[in-house]
Design a protein around this ligand. Structure first.
Ligand SMILES: [Zn+2]
Length: 208
């Protein structure tokens, strides 16, 4: 992930391509080609379904695609598809972007210390998850295992932000504590001038 940070300035207003490509993969796997085509067509992005982007993508177009998901599928299905896409994104980052030695270190560290390293990575690569938005974090408390992530001016806010919940939960469960959960308790799309607030819980006995 760190290797990508240097190019962040070149991609202002863009987010990682996984916000698009993994949504297509989730829809095709869980809802079929017809549903996937309806969602992408509604956003005017059928070409993205046929040839998933491999480079950074403009955040406005990604936001339109995620809005089309909500419009085309029943609410519970849309939330499930977005979460699945987020989990797939995290698995892609684990397989391709987060260096193996850093992963081994985090899995070896106590949960709250691993979470500290992971949150620093998330902040350094904020554009991957939040485009032009700003990420602020609170490292989980050693005793309670609780911390938080906030995305200010989240360009992908969809209330609730299930894609982000899927990404963050999978990253924390893989690298910090197996029982970790990251849940959005307030969405910035509902409160102008506010932010998306995600509560991190490392789970019982995992704060160590
Ligand atoms: Zn949100």
């Amino acid at each position: 992930m760190t290797a990508l940070s240097a190019s962040a300035a070149l991609f202002a207003g863009h987010v990682g391509p996984n916000a698009v490509s993994q949504l297509g993969a989730a829809l095709l796997a869980g809802w079929g080609a017809e549903a996937a085509r309806r969602v992408y067509a509604r956003a005017g992005e059928l070409a993205w379904l046929e040839r998933p982007p491999a480079a950074m993508v403009p955040q406005e177009r990604v936001a339109r695609l995620h809005a089309a998901l909500r419009d085309e599928l029943p609410r519970t299905d849309a939330l499930e598809a977005a979460r699945d896409a987020g989990e797939r994104t995290a698995r892609y980052l684990l397989a391709n972007r987060i260096p193996r030695p850093a992963q081994l270190l985090m899995r070896w560290l106590p949960g709250f210390l691993a979470a500290r390293v992971l949150l620093a990575m998330i902040r350094r690569n904020a554009w991957t998850f939040a485009g032009s938005g700003r990420i602020v974090t609170q490292v989980p408390d050693r005793r309670t295992g609780r911390g938080w992530i906030e995305i200010h001016d989240n360009p992908l806010a969809t209330n609730p932000c299930s894609w982000h919940e899927g990404v963050f939960t999978t990253l924390f469960a893989s690298l910090a504590a197996p029982g970790a959960r990251v849940i959005e308790t307030q969405c910035g799309s509902d409160h102008p001038g506010s932010c998306c607030h995600f509560e991190i819980s490392l789970g019982p006995g995992d704060a160590r």
